[in-house]
Design a protein around this ligand. Structure first.
Ligand code: KG4
Ligand code: ZN
Length: 335
């Protein structure tokens, strides 16, 4: 069974074909247009998706050596609404034209299950850290479609913090890969930035009673970096990058270790753009858990993770109704 997956939720136009044996094709077009604005401009992203979605999808089918897939799926959210709608509507139109089933996929479930695309595949149950530009959540995955949230950020996502800190430092966009590279030459102990724990977390979008013990916060860290940059003459970029990054990763690893202790689950999988980070990939292997780390190109947005979720959901008997539409917000596991 060949499944076409289309992803357009942010600034990557991507399409891929998967079947039971694995990934048959994986085409990713990263939009460059946002660089000069220092962040994703939603309207420009939608327009660029319109220009690329057809050629990316065709290229994915061609590379997989098929003309018509058995199932078509696309990211249905969460993401930039205009951007999501491009891939979603296009994929649905393809499914109608080809008279094959259509499945709208949750983008975060794509990141969550992306470790299943490569060997060795984690067995359930496993802990899964999804760290991207918009989300930072630690899940307990007990089966396909069975996820519970153990911890999440109550303010900025980790990737968002990377992007904002990079911007403050006058670096480009996206900030994650740039800080990652700079940090390799810096001293992570040069500056002591805060590692927020639950008690030190103040104001946030999440009410106090709705917070979990293991929740995270990156907004205070971002502010600490800003005030350091403001009050320090001749700050050293590589040391700021390394020290900021060390604080982010310390918090992530601390929550993973505590979640492993609380649940007794000793397997950890990671996904999302920040999972492409060299230091996180290195340090996560030192905390005594069995690690499942996708290749970098499957950490950042891609079509193969969407096709994979579509395939697994299809096998479970799930089908999207023609009345379903794209959503800008959509929790994992919610129908
Ligand atoms: O998963 P993703 O491609 O898109 C979203 O769903 O958000 O993640 C993008 C985020 C950006 O914030 C980017 O700066 C960050 O992932 N990122 C990284 C690295 N590569 C991408 N952060 C740290 N280190 C990296 N190597
Ligand atoms: Zn993503």
């Amino acid at each position: 069974m060949k499944v076409l997956g289309i992803e357009t939720s942010c600034d990557e136009t991507a399409a891929a074909v998967v079947d039971e044996s694995g990934v048959l094709s994986d085409i990713i077009w990263s939009q460059q247009i946002h660089e000069e604005y220092g962040g994703v401009v939603p309207e420009l992203a939608s327009r660029a998706h319109i220009e690329k979605v057809v050629s990316c999808s065709r290229a994915a089918l061609q590379a997989a050596n098929i003309s018509t897939p058995d199932v078509v799926c696309a990211t249905a959210g969460p993401g930039l609404m205009g951007a999501v709608l491009v891939g979603f509507c296009y994929a649905r139109a393809l499914a109608i034209g080809w008279e094959v089933p259509f499945i709208g996929v949750n983008h975060l479930e794509g990141h969550l299950l992306s470790p299943l695309l490569n060997e060795p595949v984690p067995e359930f149950p496993f802990l899964s850290l999804v760290v991207s530009g918009g989300h930072t959540t630690l899940y307990l995955a007990t089966g396909i479609g069975e996820y519970s949230v153990l911890a999440q950020t109550i303010d900025d996502a980790a990737g968002e913090a990377y992007d904002k800190v990079a911007r403050m430092m006058g670096l480009g966009y996206p900030g994650g890969p740039i800080i990652d590279k700079l940090a390799q030459q810096g001293n992570p102990k040069a500056i002591s930035f805060p590692r927020a724990n639950r008690l030190s977390i103040g104001k946030s979008k999440v009410a106090k009673e709705d917070r979990r013990d293991l929740d995270m916060s990156f907004s205070g860290l971002k502010t600490a970096v800003r005030s350091y940059l403001e009050k320090t003459q001749g700050w050293v970029a590589v040391d700021v990058a390394a020290s900021f990054q060390a604080a982010v990763i310390d918090v992530l690893l601390n929550r993973i270790q505590r979640a492993a202790q609380q649940t007794g689950v000793r397997r950890i999988a990671i996904g999302g753009g920040v999972a492409a980070n060299s230091e996180l990939r290195k340090r996560i292997t030192t905390i005594g858990l069995e690690c499942f780390i996708p290749p970098r190109s499957r950490c950042t947005d891609n079509g193969s993770m969407i096709a994979l979720v579509g395939r697994l959901r299809y096998e479970q008997g799930f089908r999207s109704s023609w009345k379903d539409t794209a959503r800008s917000r959509w929790k994992v596991g919610q129908e």
